[in-house]
Design a protein around this ligand. Structure first.
Ligand code: PLP
Length: 388
């Protein structure tokens, strides 16, 4: 297929993606003089514009400049990185934490580093793309278990017993990014433990939002996996990613993770904001996450009352299922005509036939915003024949 044919093919299948610039990304934003409601931001706590984070970020730039200007193992490891890492590790109860350029890069580096030279990896079918790519990069054998099905995980672990000298690694998201549902972490951890496997949990959508003092879903279950990863473009309101783990595994990651070794350290502005976000989580003891969850639960109830078939409530990510790719795009376009921003999520981000609107609620939303969103979603769904 030529590039033109490939683009035509994507268009025909309702899968073409394109960039649309926005003047701003707040929960409520002004576009050409009109107020829009943003229901697809991952800034769950509305920290992206928090004065403490902005000030910390500006201070870091003023003190240290715009770039780490080197990879971490060369000259790009600043005191500020060490400060974030010590703080994140202490907050989450791990011996060590390691910053990466993003959550994607953290997963891309941590998975092959934990797998090493010989491993079998067991992965939830709906894990984030960065975990899947990390597994692929590791070059190791891997098996996908049915989504949130620890019995199937156990079956696969039994069917593929450890070979001599082999590492076994179980990987799951804690909150799944496109469905917003929660992994049955206790059962997954128990299966991993029983079969002598390491457990890696991606907590990108949970830290800052849920658990005791917003420490995430593992903390809510009283679990400490071998490693967790987290992106800082969500509840942290910033950018970057990190792994929290034992001192031994952190040392291994520093020596093995290519996305850590061969990449410039996270810029000071992002690290400064990350430290301020951790401080906000700690000083508010989870209150910000609780507020975001309460608003999201209210939105979930409003959508269910309007007639949408909603999965059980678990997080600020609320999928409104459409199915067909073109219909999902039309849904998003009609919401936009009502000044509601909520993009259509289509394959390959989600499995074929499950295109959806991925509605996210943040602390920037008021009760009136939720009602406005409910009304817009219900009106569009009726227009498109998705609701009676
Ligand atoms: C579960 C999960 N892990 C990792 C990432 C990647 O994080 P980042 O955006 O920081 O690269 C994302 C989304 O962006 C995610 O949803």
């Amino acid at each position: 297929m030529t590039p033109h044919e490939a683009l035509d093919d994507l268009t025909r299948r309702g899968l073409l993606r394109s960039l649309k610039p926005l003047p701003d990304n707040r929960g409520r934003l002004v576009v050409a003089g009109e107020t829009w409601l943003n229901f697809c931001s991952n800034d769950y706590l509305d920290l992206g514009h928090d004065p403490a984070l902005v000030a910390a970020s500006v201070r870091a730039v003023e003190d240290l400049g715009c770039s780490a200007a080197g990879s971490r193992l060369v000259s790009g490891h600043l005191d500020l990185h060490a400060e974030f890492e010590a703080k994140a590790a202490a907050f989450l109860g791990f011996e060590a934490a390691l910053l990466f350029g993003s959550g994607f890069l953290a997963n891309l580096g941590a998975v092959p580093a934990l797998a090493g030279e010989k491993a079998t990896i067991f992965c939830d079918r709906l894990n984030h793309a960065s975990l899947i790519d990390g597994i692929r990069m590791s070059g190791m054998k891997w098996h996908r278990y049915r989504h949130n099905d620890p019995a199937h995980l156990d079956e696969l672990l039994t069917k593929h017993p450890a070979e001599a000298g082999e590492t076994r690694l179980v990987i799951t998201d804690s909150i799944f990014s496109m469905d917003g549902d929660a992994a049955p972490l206790a059962a997954v951890a128990e299966a991993a433990r029983r079969h002598g496997a390491l457990l890696l949990v991606d907590e990108s959508h949970a830290i800052g939002v849920m658990g005791p003092s917003s420490k995430g879903l593992c903390a809510a279950f009283g679990l400490k996996p071998d490693a967790i990863t987290c992106g800082m473009g969500k509840a942290f309101g910033g950018y970057g990613g990190f792994v929290a783990t034992s001192a031994t595994l952190a040392a291994l990651i520093v020596n093995r993770a290519r996305s850590f070794i061969y990449s410039t350290g996270l810029p000071p502005a992002c690290v400064g904001a990350g430290i301020a976000a951790l401080d906000r989580f700690a000083e508010t003891r989870g209150a910000l996450g609780d507020e975001a969850m309460a608003l999201a639960k209210r939105m979930h109830g409003l959508l269910a009352e309007a007639g949408f078939e909603m999965p059980p409530f678990a997080s600020p990510i609320l999928p409104v299922m459409v199915g067909d790719n073109h219909l999902a795009q039309e849904f998003a376009a009609r919401l936009a005509a009502r000044r509601i921003l909520c993009s259509a999520i289509r394959p390959p981000t989600v499995p074929p036939g499950t295109a959806r609107l991925r509605l996210t609620v943040t602390r920037a939303h008021t009760g009136a915003d939720l009602i406005a969103a409910r009304d817009a979603f219900a009106a569009v769904a009726r227009e498109l024949g998705l609701l009676p």
